[in-house]
Design a protein around this ligand. Structure first.
Ligand SMILES: O=P(O)(O)OC[C@H]1O[C@](O)(CO)[C@@H](O)[C@@H]1O
Length: 439
């Protein structure tokens, strides 16, 4: 198990009166015990296919085969899709420098693009810049009905047509969506299947924001050459303690859920995750969707905020330490001490920082993560720490599964359904109405 979690710095016994009283944590733990029993029933009944994924290997060959198809003679692979149809893949892709400021441009092999936000200028620009004859597109939508993804896909088909490549969309595009269900429309399949485009099936029993361990997240990971079996093994590392049974206090994801619930009981409704690693930035965005859509309903929920260290110390820390004490902080660190460029002694002295001499950049980042957690705690801010010594496929798989389990258990304990998102439909319907009314 790579993940080391501590909630010490959230407790009143450690940080004083503004920390969590034992009673609040005990009450939350007891609610999570009931949630654990429900999850165990879900596992036994097979109701939640997500719980089987950590141990599944039978689909990995087909994911690798699809990845080889996409990589063959490709300069660029573009993933179309939004929310849960994109963020899990992005979180994994960061292990290979995807969207890491300054480093992402130097990725080996085909360049990978995730176009999750619909922006006309970006899309126009990218379609004009991409070498279309050597670009592969993957259109991902669980429902097959998301307007953004449908518009992107239509725009790609039109661009291929203009480039004289429309004759062979099946060589260029891959679809990923739920299998057809009688009586339910699937716009993406309706659009692409007549073109001969091949589809991978989205597991109908796994919601988009929980789909990172399925082909939705693992396909982009495999395109980038990541070890997708190790991602699943890591997920098993997070789930094994639940399968083994035991009390909520001893199961990391259950303890995390209890912490969130207890902090909520104390009236703090903002939860900040600050990760001291560029390669966890998309993970944090993935978690924001997971938490917001799963927990925010029936008037319940807490506001997830994603932050990255150390850079956000220089933008958000003043509020975190000096503003209202209404947040739970999770400070995430990785084993970066001793890593990176070493500081020259003479130059360090000249810069007025003799303490830098002989130290590496990773030493400062490690010290900063530790200092932030301690400073928050000294200022009475409830803080959890999560440390991963080595960030790789296995430990990231563990982190992803830990958070999915923590989220489900929190939802169960709060009495909300973590698997639906009824409120987002209203705006989608209205936007389509405005679109047809516009002239
Ligand atoms: O994969 P789909 O069906 O295109 O949905 C994309 C995203 O849209 C949502 O349904 C919210 O609008 C998310 O839950 C989902 O991840």
């Amino acid at each position: 198990m790579a993940l080391q979690q501590s909630i010490e710095l959230a407790l009143a016994s450690k940080i004083g009166a503004s920390g969590l009283p034992t009673m609040a944590l005990d009450a939350a733990l007891s609610a999570v015990e009931t949630a654990l029993a429900r999850l165990s029933d879900d596992d036994a009944s097979g109701r939640l296919p997500l719980l089987k994924l950590p141990y599944a290997t039978d689909d990995l060959a087909s994911i690798r085969e699809a990845a080889s198809f996409l990589r063959r003679d490709a300069t660029d692979v573009v993933f179309l899709g939004t929310g849960g149809s994109s963020l899990g893949g992005q979180a994994l892709a960061q292990l290979k420098d995807y969207a890491v400021p300054g480093a992402g441009r130097f990725i080996d092999g085909p360049r990978v693009h995730f176009l999750d936000n619909l922006d006309p200028i970006t899309f126009d620009h990218i379609l004009h810049k991409l070498p279309l004859s050597s670009t592969r597109f993957v259109a991902i939508s669980k429902s097959g009905g998301t307007g953004e993804t449908l518009m992107q896909t239509i725009a790609v088909l039109c661009a291929l047509e203009r480039a004289g490549l429309r004759a062979r969309p099946a060589d260029t595009i891959l679809g990923l969506s739920e299998p057809r269900v009688a009586g339910r429309k699937n716009g993406l399949r309706d659009l692409l299947e007549p073109e001969g485009v091949r589809f991978l099936d989205h597991d109908p029993g796994v919601g988009g924001r929980f789909s990172v361990l399925t082909n939705v997240g693992l396909l982009p990971a495999a395109v980038l050459g990541l070890d997708i079996a190790a991602v699943r093994q890591g997920a098993a590392d997070a789930y094994d303690p639940l399968r083994a049974g035991g009390s909520a206090r001893d199961i990391p994801a259950a303890l995390g859920a209890a912490l969130n619930i207890a902090v909520g009981l104390e009236g703090r409704n903002i939860t900040v995750t600050m990760a001291y690693a560029d390669r966890l930035e998309r993970f944090a965005r993935w978690w924001v969707q997971l938490w917001a859509e799963s927990i925010g309903k029936d008037g319940k929920g807490s506001q997830p905020v994603a932050a990255i260290g150390p850079v956000d110390q220089h933008s958000q820390m003043q509020l975190y330490l000096g503003g209202p004490n209404d947040k739970l902080f999770t400070i995430m660190t990785t084993g970066v001490a001793g890593i990176g460029p070493m500081m020259d002694e003479k130059l360090s002295k000249r810069a007025g920082e003799p303490g830098f001499a002989g130290r590496r950049i990773g030493d400062l980042v490690a010290a900063q993560g530790r200092a932030t957690a301690d400073t928050l705690a000294r200022n009475g801010r409830a803080t959890r720490t999560l440390h991963i010594d080595k960030l790789n496929e296995r430990s990231l798989g563990e982190l992803l599964m830990h958070y999915m389990l923590e989220t489900i258990l929190t939802g169960y304990a709060l009495g909300v359904d973590p698997f639906d998102q009824p409120a987002v439909e209203e705006g989608k319907i209205l936007a389509k109405q405005y679109l047809t009314e516009a002239n």
